[in-house]
Design a protein around this ligand. Structure first.
Ligand SMILES: Nc1ncnc2c1ncn2[C@@H]1O[C@H](COP(=O)(O)OP(=O)(O)OP(=O)(O)O)[C@@H](O)[C@H]1O
Length: 684
């Protein structure tokens, strides 16, 4: 699987031809994979003052599988997340081929999450297509991208479900194993050298889990990938596929080394695995035993770290008894540079993102540290340079490509939601009932109240519908967007504008049909007013959709979100000026907080603006104070509108239309923030 053409030309493939899938892999193996070393050393991670990982180390090379095992809560996911740059590392070192894992180098790794997070309405091919189009460089020819997708589909044996939708709880689609392979396929698009997979076999039956492991093994053997995989309970067949095993117990290393030698290690402590027992089950059960046994195992693992059973680069000195953190007062710079000491008093410096001034203070304050700090400073500077040089290439594709692809995808995903048969039945039946009740209503002063009732109902209905639709549409997309943005797939602005524009034609359809039916059945003012009323209605739909996004991103709990939105909407309903027109002067302003007030007032101006002046005596359906005070005997359209609380010119009611849309963008921003990529620099 070359990052180039994806078509074999140089005959470098080495597939045995024993199995179809191997042949396929061989067909697409087009490069001699680089021999890489992915190393992590002495990782220490604290979350909420609790130490989750304690001096954890390991190494994996191209063509190898490193399995990370351990009881639940032992820190496997935390470790993998740290390697992927998703969790902050307080001290330690992560390198790729001897170089600190900077943002640029991290592009050569991929992280397959435990959960398979996809948009359910897209097919497998569409999901991969999107991934390819946003992750692969724009200069790569389209045909090459398509060939790459096809090859990956073949390699992962996904051909038969190529056009199957991903599906969800309500609509069945891909099986669990197929979804997992799709997760891997999406990551393989960028041809990563290091693959980090968090419990890829959990939730799969044993044969599917085994096939997946075979696939991973093939990726290492045929493509030279280095795989780090956390795994819960592998079968003995799977266990023998691991090149190395890293066993964790309560955040400590309980074993690191050849998978095949783990039982010898346990035997040294008198812990013998019965011949018929699955070695994986045995080691897991043993590291879950009583505290004393676990301590003996951890101590032996630590002792082994001083021997040649461990790779040279990861070894501790003989006099180490594990690195101990200095007390708080001894930490020279909190959060930036960590200094810790081993039992012999050797001070180890790990650098992060501290500024130069801080590092100078390290140099001057602590005797004997200057050399170390300088080295670390150089390391930091080189990583800064790499970071700067890669800043311009933070995204594989430009804004326009990202926008275009997101637009395409959101349209596909939202189409069936917005124009669902339920929505059609709902809106059309309400429209017909409304049209019949207001059928060809007379256009006189006596029917002003009825006509305003129609406008108020329409404003309310088309405020509720898009608002609650937006509330419920965003939560299912949120994990997908967060996952993709954490992997640096696209800008938030591209996502937001695409979401707005792709749903635009869809959200226009229903209100347009609704107003066309009801406006003409009701016999309202005329053609130009019809188009103006339609435009106001559509603007209101957009505004309320934006408001729904604001609420959806501000309140994560859906139940709470729906409750709060209902409160806001009901407040808007009551204060819009239809139910109560005579608000006290000091409370008059509350109607401008009502989202319904704006379309209702703008449409009222359009409908009633042409009322001819009428004598007070002819008004029977409502009463104006002007008639009683003797100020006037003639009532004008302006006076009627003012009576109903419409006091501002029409543009004021239309102007607020896009406010929510703009505010929604800023509300979404913190919720979809990319996991700070700087985090990983803490580990270099
Ligand atoms: N954000 C957090 N806040 C508090 N504790 C956390 C947080 N994240 C992880 N932990 C704790 O860190 C420890 C390790 O968690 P982790 O998810 O890495 O374990 P694991 O080995 O992957 O477990 P499992 O196999 O059950 O997934 C657990 O005790 C967990 O409660």
């Amino acid at each position: 699987m070359s990052s180039g053409a994806g078509v074999c030309t140089n005959g470098c493939a080495t597939g045995s031809g024993a199995e179809d899938v191997n042949k396929t892999i061989a067909d697409v193996t087009c490069k001699n994979p680089p021999q890489l070393e992915f190393l992590f050393k002495d990782l220490n991670i604290f979350i909420k003052n609790k130490q989750i990982l304690n001096s954890v180390s390991g190494v994996v090379h191209s063509g190898e599988v490193l399995a990370v095992m351990g009881p639940s809560g032992s820190g496997k996911t935390t470790m993998l997340s740290a390697l992927a740059g998703r969790v902050s590392v307080q001290s330690g070192m992560i390198t790729l081929d001897g170089n600190p894992l900077t943002k640029t180098l991290r592009k050569r790794t991929c992280y397959v999450l435990q959960e398979d997070i996809f948009l359910p309405k897209l097919t497998l091919w569409e999901t991969l297509y999107f991934s390819a189009m946003v992750h692969l460089p724009e200069k790569m020819p389209h045909s090459e991208k398509m060939a790459k997708i096809d090859h990956i589909i073949k390699v992962l044996d996904l051909t038969k479900c190529r056009d199957t939708v991903v599906g969800d709880h309500f609509n069945r689609g891909l099986s669990g194993g197929e979804k997992k392979r799709l997760s891997i396929a999406c990551e393989l698009i960028t041809d990563p050298d290091i693959m980090l997979l968090d419990e890829p076999t959990s939730g799969l039956d044993s044969s599917t889990a085994y096939s997946l492991m075979v696939l991973l093994k093939q990726l290492t053997e045929n493509f030279g990938k280095a795989v780090v995989v956390t795994i819960h309970q592998p079968s003995s067949q799977m266990f023998h596929m691991f090149t190395h095993l890293l066993l964790l117990a309560d955040g400590h290393i309980a074993y690191f080394g050849d998978g095949g030698k783990v039982l010898d290690f346990f035997e040294e402590l008198g812990l013998v695995c019965e011949p018929h027992f699955n070695p994986a089950d045995f080691v897991l059960e043993t590291v879950k035993k009583d505290e004393e046994t676990v301590k003996r195992i951890i101590d032996l693992a630590e002792a082994k770290r001083c021997t040649d059973t461990w790779p040279q680069k990861l070894r501790h000195n003989h006099h180490d008894h594990g690195a101990e953190f200095l007390s708080d007062k001894d930490k020279v710079i909190s959060g930036s540079v960590f200094l810790y000491t081993d039992a012999s008093g050797d001070v180890i410096v790990t650098m992060a993102e501290s500024d130069v001034e801080m590092q100078k203070s390290v140099n001057s304050d602590i005797d004997g540290l200057s050399g170390l700090a300088e080295n670390a400073l150089l390391l930091k500077k080189s990583s800064d340079l790499q970071t700067k040089s890669s800043a311009s290439s933070r995204w594989a594709t430009g804004f326009w490509t990202q926008y275009k692809m997101l637009n395409w995808r959101t349209f596909k995903q939202s189409r069936s939601r917005i124009i669902s048969k339920y929505n059609i039945v709902n809106s059309m039946s309400v429209a017909i009932v409304l049209g019949l009740l207001w059928f060809q209503i007379e256009r006189t002063h006596e029917t002003i109240k009825e006509r305003m009732g129609y406008l108020f109902f329409m404003s309310t209905y088309w405020s509720f519908m898009p608002m609650f639709d937006a509330l419920t549409s965003f939560p299912p997309e949120r994990p997908v967007v967060r996952k993709e943005r954490a992997a640096g797939a696209y800008r938030l602005s591209a996502f937001y504008f695409a979401k707005m524009s792709s749903e635009l034609p869809l959200i226009f359809v229903m209100p347009s049909l609704f107003i066309t039916i009801t406006y003409w059945m009701g016999g309202f003012r005329g053609v130009s007013q019809y188009f103006a009323t339609w435009a106001i209605l559509v603007l209101n739909v957009l505004n309320c959709q934006g408001f729904g996004y604001i609420m959806g991103s501000a309140i994560w709990d859906l139940q709470m979100c729906i409750t709060m939105t209902s409160v806001v909407v009901l407040f808007g309903l009551l204060s819009a000026g239809y139910y109560i027109t005579r608000l006290p002067t000091w409370l008059f302003w509350v109607r401008y907080l009502s989202i319904v007030c704006y379309p209702y007032n703008a449409m009222s101006i359009l409908e009633l603006g042409d009322l001819p002046p009428v004598p007070c005596a002819n008004l029977t359906s409502f009463d104006l104070p002007e008639c009683h005070l003797g100020n006037s005997t003639i009532i004008t359209a302006d006076m009627v509108l003012k009576h109903f609380g419409v006091t501002l010119p029409i543009f004021c009611y239309i102007g607020g239309g896009f406010t929510s849309e703009i505010l929604a963008f800023f509300a979404l921003m913190p919720k979809l923030k990319i996991v700070p990529e700087a985090i990983m620099k803490r580990a270099v």
